[in-house]
Design a protein around this ligand. Structure first.
Ligand code: UDX
Length: 432
């Protein structure tokens, strides 16, 4: 099948290489010439495990190429998949300008019978807007579909190759048949639903997962103020079949490119439609409060951050990615600096430069090449992200004679071991 992918971000590139790996003729399209040049040379402009290898084999097989030309990518395509960004606007609504721009440019080149698929995360109702734009620009008969993605950064290739399900939102059987054939090699359950249901299912899944995390963090806060241990509580709950023991672990709140944006989008939808209750707004609020609440508590225990040397371990929003969008470090570091920390030294195995210019130019902030340098002289170490390089580090080699606090934000370190090393251990979801 001939497939065009519009948008060569993390979703678009992953989908392109995976469709090509199943023998489809795939063209990835982007307006950014330098991105296209590097992809055609086998270089991925962001870090994602396994992607470079699959890109190389796609390019070598001749099944995959990248272009900036709408005419070249779209004219022959049976399926055109739009995977451009839908960032949050300042009021929490999603910004559809990239979708509108890309479908407007694609429309004149769409061939008769082509399926135009929206993979970007959009709210129910968006397809109607897309149809209006496209039908005003072409007389051809175009099918429209929604095909949400459910992949996670760090495991995007495997999530795409082995999805739990493929949700296809269509208005007619003809479009479904084409997309069903395209996804047959995935060997996953394929659901045929209304486009609006497909779009909401994506939001509903992400919001539910975000709610679980907020719930785990609310329990963690109770544990921090009692003798209960969050790991034991979660384990005990997880045996209940209706609950399950996955996707539960606490921290300083969810981050990344999807959850914060998708929760805000549903909150905005409820508000816009004057709904009586707005659970999503509450999820967002609780998540935003979480780092503040934890830092207040740590600050009380260490008697303020002023004048302290503090090490931050982990700048990405989670391990195995260099993505810093809504990373906890971006909430934690400004607070420490504002409270007068004498020095904040940050280390991350992959992020080489913090995205925030404001933090980067602060004279009390520095980023180190190694973990050992970051923790040197630290009064307080904050292990923010569960990178294997951080969790597996031997902190016995860096423990100093002086009093040192160690805050474990992901409940990854054994309390007794850290205490035996001489650290004053503060653990998320543990009394401190
Ligand atoms: C998420 C969804 O999982 C994915 O289906 C969707 O397509 C995009 O958004 P991603 O943002 O890559 O994927 O990361 P994920 O691993 O789901 O983590 C999101 C955030 O939640 C991270 O900040 C992570 O640290 C946090 N999290 C996750 C927790 O705090 N606790 C958990 O148990 C799981």
């Amino acid at each position: 099948m001939k497939v065009a992918l519009i948008g060569t971000g993390f979703v678009g590139v992953t989908a392109a290489v995976v469709y090509a790996s199943f023998g489809n003729q795939v063209i990835g399209l982007d307006i950014d010439q330098s991105k296209i040049d590097s992809l055609n040379k086998g270089k991925v402009p962001f870090y994602e495990p396994k992607l470079v290898e699959l890109l190389a084999s796609g390019l070598a097989s001749g099944n995959l190429k990248f272009t900036t030309s709408y005419q070249e990518a779209i004219s022959d395509a049976d399926v055109v998949i739009v995977a451009v960004g839908t960032p949050s606007a300042s009021d929490g609504a999603i910004d559809l300008s990239y979708i509108a721009a890309s479908v407007s440019q694609a429309a004149p080149y769409l061939k008769d019978g082509a399926v135009l698929v929206i993979k970007s995360t959009v709210l129910p109702g968006t397809l109607a807007q897309v149809k209006t734009i496209v039908n005003n620009l072409t007389d051809k008969q175009i099918h429209f579909a929604a095909l949400p993605e459910f992949l996670k950064e760090g495991t995007a290739v495997d999530d795409t190759l082995y999805p739990d399900r493929v949700v296809i939102g269509v208005e007619n059987k003809a479009a479904f048949k084409i997309l069903e054939e395209l996804h047959a090699p995935f060997k996953a359950p394929i659901l045929c639903v209304k486009p609006e249901s497909a779009q909401l299912a994506k939001y509903a899944s992400n919001n539910y997962l975000a709610l679980r995390i907020v719930y785990a963090n609310a329990l963690a806060e109770i544990c921090e103020n009692s003798e209960a241990d969050i790991d034991e509580v979660i384990e005990a709950m997880g045996y209940e079949k209706r609950i399950g023991n996955h996707y539960w672990y606490p921290g300083l709140g969810y981050g990344g490119s999807c959850f914060p944006k998708d929760v805000k989008a549903l909150a905005h939808f409820c508000q816009d439609n004057h709904m009586a209750t707005n659970l999503f707004s509450a999820i967002n609020e609780l998540n935003e409060k979480r780092p503040v609440q934890v830092l207040d508590k740590i600050s009380r225990v260490v008697e303020g951050f002023a004048g302290k040397k503090i090490a931050i371990l982990g700048l990405s929003f989670k391990p195995n990615t260099d993505d810093q969008r809504e990373a906890p470090a971006l909430a934690v570091i400004p607070r420490l600096l504002n409270d007068g920390a004498a020095q904040v030294s940050a280390y991350d195995p992959m992020v080489k430069k913090i995205v925030s210019e404001e933090i980067a130019k602060n004279k009390n902030y520095q980023q180190t090449e190694t973990l050992a340098e970051a923790v040197k002289g630290a009064d307080l170490i904050i292990a923010l992200i569960e990178w294997p390089q951080i969790v597996g580090f031997d902190f016995a080699t860096t423990k100093e004679e002086k009093q040192q606090f160690f805050f474990d934000a992901r409940s990854q370190f054994e309390m007794k071991r850290m205490q035996d090393l001489g650290y004053i251990y503060l653990g998320i979801g543990q009394k401190f």
